[in-house]
Write a protein that binds this ligand. Structure first.
Ligand code: XUL
Ligand code: CO
Length: 436
């Protein structure tokens, strides 16, 4: 066990609205909201990659973070990183974490060495999880960093790369099962194209469909009970990614007969990149029965890329959380902080401030969501707006009992003359704002 990395920082506790910056002001995990503990509503997770694997580099400059695990022999460094990560998870007091295979253990000289490295770290991780009680929300495989994946993994023009990706996902699923992970995620890292000039789009989509079928088959074979989650993203790193947004993913799954096998992991910043709001993506997932889990973060309105900042918009989250709760809430999913510090936030304490702020934003959003739900602010307006569909005419149309001829005759005979009604958007916006 290496010496504590966050030595000066005490475990973070809830201490109320006037607390010091290293305490929760709103996230009171045992507080009941709509009959359920805050912790059980939010099911928050810390991600390994941004907080422990990323050195603070960007395309113009090197890493800015001074962390002991960024130097030394790779496997030993991975174990130092593991110590720091679990020290952080435990001090932060959140129930879950998430990781990619390559976040936690280095690649070796060949596939066998890489697997041995991973097994070594997973042995230690299993012990850490048992000792701290921190659980795995999901595991995943990094199929985008290594140069072999530069032209995609499942959608690569070379089937040998497909095979390599398959082997890597099989191992990552085995590891997730072993650690009792609640879910398994597939983000299509480079499953897309840079130019159509060199791309057989139909073939690549068939390859991806085949890959996802193999993963679903394997899940059943090994008896993994969690959800398989696809994480939509429209672009970055490639110019166009096949898992563009939730609606596209749902259509894709249906095409390959996989709509019952997969749900989505919606990331707030990815929603914005696809030209949607975060709440839109959540609603589409709920409407298509594919809502699974969330990657919490935000973008920047002035930047067109995935900035992965810590979320800080309480009113946006209140509406998203109200939507999620009214849609039934999470089953095995949760809120994963796919968020990273700014490159200048180099102090170990900054990692705490980012997550504490994120948790308090979620907790405040949850309290407002409770008010919105209890006061039926939005629900009652929506019910009234669609009340006509509960009449015999509305029900018969939807039940397929009225043809175009029937409806034309009805209009002619009864001289139906629907009256325009206000959508009341401004009134609703005012009502929602008054909740905050
Ligand atoms: C990339 C992204 C990934 C996935 C997991 O934009 O969000 O970190 O969440 O592979
Ligand atoms: Co993500």
């Amino acid at each position: 066990m290496s010496k504590p990395f966050f030595a000066g920082i005490e475990p973070v506790k809830y201490r109320g609205p006037d607390a010091d910056p290293l305490s929760y002001r709103y996230y009171d995990k045992d507080r009941l909201v709509l009959g359920k503990r805050m912790e059980d509503h939010l099911r928050a997770a810390v991600c390994y990659w941004h907080s422990f694997a990323w050195p603070g580099s960007d395309v113009f400059g090197a890493g800015t973070f001074d962390r002991p695990w960024f130097s030394g022999a790779p496997l030993e460094a991975a174990l130092v990183k593991l110590d720091a990560a679990f020290e952080f998870f435990e001090k932060l007091g959140l129930p879950f974490f998430t990781f990619h295979d390559r976040d936690v253990a280095p690649e070796g000289a060949n596939a066998a060495e890489t697997t041995a490295n991973l097994d070594r770290v997973i042995d230690a991780m299993e012990q850490k999880m048992a000792a701290t009680g921190v659980k795995l929300l999901w595991g995943t495989a990094n199929l985008f960093s290594h140069p072999r994946y530069m032209s995609g993994a499942a959608t690569n023009p070379d089937p040998e790369v497909f095979a390599y990706a398959a082997a890597q996902v099989k191992k990552a699923m085995d590891v997730t099962l072993r650690l009792d992970g609640a879910n398994y995620v597939l983000w299509g890292g480079r499953e897309g194209y840079e130019t159509l000039l060199n791309t057989d789009l139909k073939r690549e989509m068939d390859q991806l469909g085949r890959f996802l079928s193999l993963v679903a088959e394997y899940k059943h074979k090994i008896g993994f009970k969690g959800l398989l989650l696809i994480e939509p993203k429209p672009k970055e790193p490639t110019k166009h990614q096949y898992d563009f947004d939730t609606a596209t993913v749902y259509g894709f799954l249906q095409r390959y007969g996989l709509e019952k096998e997969y749900k989505v992991n919606i990331e707030a910043n990815h929603a914005i990149l696809s030209g949607h709001s975060f709440q839109h993506e959540v609603m589409v997932a709920l409407a298509t029965g594919t809502f699974g889990s969330i990657d919490m973060n935000r973008g920047d309105y002035l930047l067109g890329w995935d900035t992965d900042q810590f979320h800080n918009d309480v009113s946006e989250l209140a509406l998203v959380l109200a939507t999620i709760i009214q849609g039934g809430g999470f089953t095995s999913g949760g809120m994963n902080f796919d968020a990273k510090l700014r490159r200048q936030s180099i102090d170990p304490a900054d990692l705490f401030h980012g997550h504490i702020g994120g948790m308090d934003t979620m907790a405040r959003g949850l309290l407002y969501a409770e008010k919105l739900i209890n006061e039926k602010t939005i629900e009652s307006h929506i019910q009234k707006r669609y009340a006509g569909w509960e009449t015999p005419l509305g029900k018969d149309i939807l039940a397929g009992k009225r043809s175009l001829d029937d409806l034309a005759a009805l209009v002619a005979e009864k001289k139906l003359d629907p009256k325009p009604r206000s959508g009341q958007q401004e009134l609703l916006e005012n009502l929602v704002n008054r909740t905050f």
